[in-house]
Ligand binder design. Structure first.
Ligand code: PLP
Length: 512
């Protein structure tokens, strides 16, 4: 009889296995990566965080390095293929470990997370059914439980990993939509939401645009979004939420209020306890978009800012932002696991009822995806490696860097602070002698930093926190590199000033 476990000898000394998941497959993956590591080490890295050149020049050079865009008749072999791609990615790509990479909520990934991702990929388990990856299901459950406890949710809480914060927000609003429809006696899953009268989703005017896209995708329409004004600290005004709710006629259905815990640009947190109280009083779903802000919970110093998060019905959190994971590692948490009933599905080839009753069940009913990557493995490895204290140190370090940047900006007459360091971002402007040219100069100086490859900083638009104030082009440091130093921040500020002066001069000369 053939034994169930492999009795094959270890592969050492044999040709590498082409299959990553075998007993020795991971060793073969590591061997393949050693060649790629040599290629990365020997590649000509750009001096800055981006290769110098216009986008057309950089993309053309990368395409040329890749060679003809056609399948080779005969394969190159793994060593050559990986070496080629490692070189192209290094020589023509972004370096998020560079201390002057400070544009987006896109951190450098932690080594342990990348290693764990390789491990997870090698097994190629999926989360949908028990028989596509039992241990991956156990790891995701472990991670979800750990995160629900960190968030302060109760015993009925649950969650699921998704491919991004936008998708977590979509899922949260899908559950909210179906709950609102259910209250009106409508089966949204079977019949859609055409019969749901005048759906409304409240959020602050600074909510992430994925809320709008989710409403469009869910058939509520973008017009369902009711943006509410913010206070002088750029937080949703609960009085405005109450007034908007009071003004709703009987022909409207309040579906959800989306509170942002960490706005993309400013890191500001909406008043979660007050919003939760209003939502509970009016029987509306509260979704907290903590895609960016959730990382504050790792920190003793910052965790208080998220007080009230535990009152939300659903929470988006992105460990590929303030958890230093390679994308994607987004999570949707729910306060009550029965919220997922809306996603339940019995499929003959996956989870027939008798199999499920016998315990042969997976996580298909928590997700819109069927095949689903075990992204929890890298996140679990990271949280086990660092613990809450270690993760807290990472976020505190980045917060300290942001506060240093804030002080430098305040001390610099040619810069204007637009928004302070709430979490790890700082928004500011370069001041021009000619105020009319300021927007153009700020936009141009950022492009100059990108084109010269000197620094990678963010750009956004912001109004002064006053009614009717115009939106102006601003610059943004998003500081997520915990190995950067205050000297690096000083260098970043100096690069901005230098590019600002050059662009101001050019724009003035061109206008003359
Ligand atoms: C507050 C907030 N929500 C949602 C998102 C969307 O996340 P993702 O880019 O992972 O889809 C972002 C992205 O920056 C964000 O800042």
């Amino acid at each position: 009889m053939t034994p169930l476990t492999s009795t094959r000898p270890p592969r050492s000394g044999l040709a590498p296995s082409p299959l990553a998941g075998s007993r020795t497959g991971l060793a073969d993956v590591l061997a393949a990566l050693t060649g790629a590591a040599d290629a990365v080490a020997n590649a000509r890295r750009p001096e800055g965080p981006l290769p110098a050149g216009t986008p057309a020049e950089v993309l053309t050079a990368a395409a040329r390095a890749l060679g003809p865009a056609e399948l080779p008749a005969e394969g190159l072999g793994a060593e050559a293929a990986l070496g080629l791609l490692a070189t192209v990615l290094t020589e023509h790509g972004i370096d998020l470990t560079h201390p002057r990479a400070a544009a987006h909520l896109q951190p450098p990934a932690l080594t342990v997370a990348v290693a764990a991702d390789v491990l997870a990929n090698a097994g190629n388990a999926s989360l949908d059914t028990y028989d596509s990856g039992p241990s991956a299901i156990a790891v995701e459950r472990w991670l979800i439980t750990a995160l629900t406890r960190l968030a302060g949710l109760g015993e009925r809480a649950d969650g699921v990993l998704t491919p991004g914060g936008s998708l977590s927000n979509l899922m949260g609003l899908l559950l909210a939509r179906d709950a609102a429809a259910h209250r009106r006696g409508i089966d949204a899953r079977a019949h859609g939401v055409a019969a749901l009268p005048g759906p409304v989703v409240f959020c602050s005017e600074l909510a992430h645009f994925s809320t709008h896209r989710a409403c469009a995708a869910l058939g509520l329409g973008e017009a369902a979004v009711h943006p509410l004004p913010v206070d002088d600290r750029r937080r949703m005004r609960p009085d405005a939420l109450l007034a908007a709710l009071d003004a709703l006629g009987p022909d409207r259905t309040p579906v959800a209020v989306v509170a942002t815990a960490g706005t993309t640009d400013f890191g500001t947190v909406d008043p979660l306890p007050q919003i939760a109280e209003i939502a509970a009083e009016r029987g509306i779903w509260m979704h907290a978009d903590a895609a960016y802000g959730f990382g504050a919970l790792f920190s003793d110093r910052l965790a208080d800012r998220l007080a009230g998060l535990e009152l939300a019905d659903s929470i988006t959190l992105d460990l590929h932002k303030t958890g230093w994971q390679p994308a994607a590692a987004s999570v949707l948490l729910v306060s009550d696991t029965t919220a997922f009933t809306a996603l339940d599905r019995e499929v003959a080839y996956l989870n027939p009822a008798d199999d499920s009753e016998a315990g042969y069940d997976g996580l298909l009913g928590r997700s819109l995806q069927t095949t689903r990557r075990p992204d929890a493995v890298k996140a679990a490895a990271t949280l086990l490696t660092y613990g809450r204290t270690g993760m807290g140190r990472l976020i505190d370090t980045c917060h300290d860097l942001a506060r240093h940047a804030e002080r430098r900006i305040l001390a610099e007459p040619d810069l204007e602070l637009v928004s302070p360091a709430e979490l790890t971002t700082v928004v500011f402007r370069y001041r021009c002698a000619d105020p009319a040219a300021t927007d153009d100069v700020n936009a141009a100086l950022r492009r100059r930093l990108l084109e010269t490859g000197t620094a990678l900083i963010g750009r956004t638009e912001a109004a002064a926190p006053a009614p009717g104030a115009p939106r102006r082009v601003c610059l943004k440091f998003t500081l997520l590199n915990p190995t950067a130093t205050t000297d690096d921040i000083d260098g970043l500020v100096a690069a901005v000033l230098d590019a600002g002066r050059t662009c101001e001069r050019h724009i003035k000369e061109n206008a003359a």
